[in-house]
Design a protein around this ligand. Structure first.
Ligand SMILES: [Zn+2]
Length: 268
């Protein structure tokens, strides 16, 4: 599951490669847009909003191509005629210019909508950790709206704040010393945690490998994420993993039982 910084990098790649360029060929390999053809149109820009990508394309009408990487998706930009890094059957969108081809593989969402409807695509999102209009107070307000909700679940809810996936959720709970199941209302230092979230994404948006520990060496980059059974970097206790979250949308949750003790709710 790509995190907000990964999506930000994908937006920048597309923006650098395509903005200002005329499309010489387009191919939308999804049923609802199979006949769409934007060749001759000019790509204006690509921006990220949380984990959503918006590619604005001006033809006879102003379009927005909305894509989402979901679990396995990726955008790649290649010199024209180069071999694609993934099987052609996985391609969902192909945007070609006179020199380059951008291919979106295994995308979770591919939608072409009139520009005026962009808000319907991303208007539900909370403040974007990497967006130009980042608003910490509003993110905190939204997180606190349901004080009984488990912190891990609230952090993953893109309508609270946008950009955090499973990896940052686990890492943030660890650095805050809070069990992911702790109700939001019981978390002291929530503002610091949110600031930390922004810091982590900001640091990692500029580099190809993600690290939350500050150490870029293989296997040293994470505190707890995907480290179940390995010793905690602070106290040596084996890291635990469990599935958590709303039914049908459970995700793996990682924590150190000693650094992030689960407080049992008082009786009654
Ligand atoms: Zn520990």
């Amino acid at each position: 599951m790509p995190e907000g910084d990964t999506v930000y990098r994908a937006a920048r790649l597309l923006d650098r490669s395509l903005s200002g360029k005329v499309l010489t060929r387009t191919d939308f390999r999804v049923p609802q847009h199979a006949t769409a053809d934007l060749s001759g149109a000019t790509v204006r820009e690509t921006v990220s909003r949380g984990k959503h990508l918006l590619t604005r394309i001006d033809g006879e009408e102003e379009w927005t191509l909305h894509t989402h990487l979901k679990m396995e998706g990726t955008w790649r930009v290649l010199e024209r005629g180069r071999r694609w890094p993934r099987p052609a059957a996985q391609a969902r969108v192909v945007l070609e210019t006179d020199t380059r081809v951008a291919v979106g593989f295994s995308l979770g969402i591919v939608e072409l909508v009139p520009r005026g409807r962009e808000d319907e695509l991303v208007g539900h999102l909370g403040p974007d950790l990497l967006g130009p209009g980042w608003d910490e107070a509003e993110a905190l307000r939204r997180l606190r709206e349901d004080p009984t909700r488990p912190l891990g679940e609230a952090l993953l809810d893109q309508t609270r704040l946008a950009g955090i996936g499973n990896m940052y959720m686990a890492e943030l709970c660890f650095v805050a010393g809070v069990h992911p199941r702790t109700p939001v209302g019981d978390v002291t230092g929530l503002p610091r945690l949110v600031r930390r979230a922004k810091q982590m994404l900001e640091l990692n948006k500029e580099r190809a490998v993600q690290s939350t520990t500050g150490d870029l060496r293989e296997r040293q980059r994470m505190w707890v994420y995907r480290r179940d059974k390995s010793p905690c970097r602070r106290c040596g206790t084996p890291i635990r993993v469990a599935m958590a979250g709303p039914a049908g949308r459970e995700r793996a949750s990682y924590w150190c039982p000693s650094c992030q003790p689960e407080r049992t709710a008082p009786e009654g």
